[in-house]
Write a protein that binds this ligand. Sequence first.
Ligand code: NAD
Ligand code: TYD
Length: 351
Amino acid sequence: MRILLTGGCGFIGSAVVRYLIEQTSHDVLNVDCMTYAGSAENVASVSENARYRHALVNIIDAKALKPLFESYQPEAVMHLAAESHVDRSIDGPGAFVQTNVTGTYTLLEVARGYWNKLSSERQKKFRFQHISTDEVFGHLDENDPPFTEKTPYDPRSPYSATKAASDHLVRAWYSTYGLPCLVTNTTNNYGPFHFPEKLIPLMIIKALRGEELPVYGQGKNIRDWLYVEDHAEALVRAVERGKPGDTYAIGARQPHDNLEVVKKICAILDELRPDEAGPRERLIRFVSDRPGHDFRYEIDPSHAEEALEWKATHDLDTGLRKTIQWYLNHSAWWQPILEHRYKGHRLGGGS
Ligand code: NAD
Ligand code: TYD
């Protein structure tokens, strides 16, 4: 299958690109305009492969997208390009509206124009897969059941509000125009190539450097952690086997509070790279909370597991160990990011 994939130089997108090239026979055209979050190094291991191409194009640019569709003749779109960091969305929501809402609208319209001209046989087989988040469902209290595909939308941050808007657009293009769309909503990912502004890579790097570890509030907020390579496999199953009009809530059944996660990171690092100054838990600091901080996310992935014949293979301990080992071996990837690519954004919030 020829897959036009957006956002393939980012964290999850690059894991999907590597999976597609290394573990399937699909071809990939990676449409990524390289914001601060994108890096050519994330796909360096496959960039010389004849089945891989990159187009430096912004998804809000319909004039640039149209010829890409015409010349590449994709059989599927996997749409991952987005602004993805909640703290940045609080500081500057405009870029989120632009890429997540206008960008998704533009991509849908260009895909629809292209799809309209396909033979009916190719139209039936075509897929537009939209990759989204569980944050569109709002947040849960301690005893609420986990999110499912049927949970009503209740986004609470500028990031999740723009992702919710994009999910609604995609479903409307399915119902109104018949474009064969499907949506996946996934829990927090972690793993190699994760940009170090998100909790897990930030804590690994700060702990390695002996810096304070800023935990928002009391560290009681709960996230359901999915190892990125498990997610990549689920997304490829969904584009291959998913049903148009359907939604897949993807998760790993690994809910943990933030303090527990940070303590696990400290313990694994202490074992793999002992610190002469003592156990790294000493670096934990409780800092002022994120405004509107969602308390708990958790997904019940039963439908996705059954329909896609997929299950996450990493629990948090095995995934964290692999992730920490990767950051220990790849300081050449993250050092330059610390020096050049934050573009002035604060690291690790709080005060
Ligand atoms: P990321 O921020 O690491 O990467 C985003 C990529 O998209 C970057 O390579 C960037 O250059 C590219 N991009 C951004 N704006 C673009 C534009 N206008 N045109 C073209 N390319 C553009 O994001 P991620 O964490 O890999 O997330 C990928 C997708 O998965 C997003 O849609 C996100 O909402 C969703 N998601 C992420 C998580 C998570 O835990 N990270 C969880 C669930 C869903
Ligand atoms: P994050 O990785 O930003 O993902 P999301 O907000 O999309 O869930 O944050 C994960 C959790 O970690 C969230 O509850 C906020 C918290 N957090 C901290 O406590 N300290 C930090 O420095 C960061 C970046 C996040």
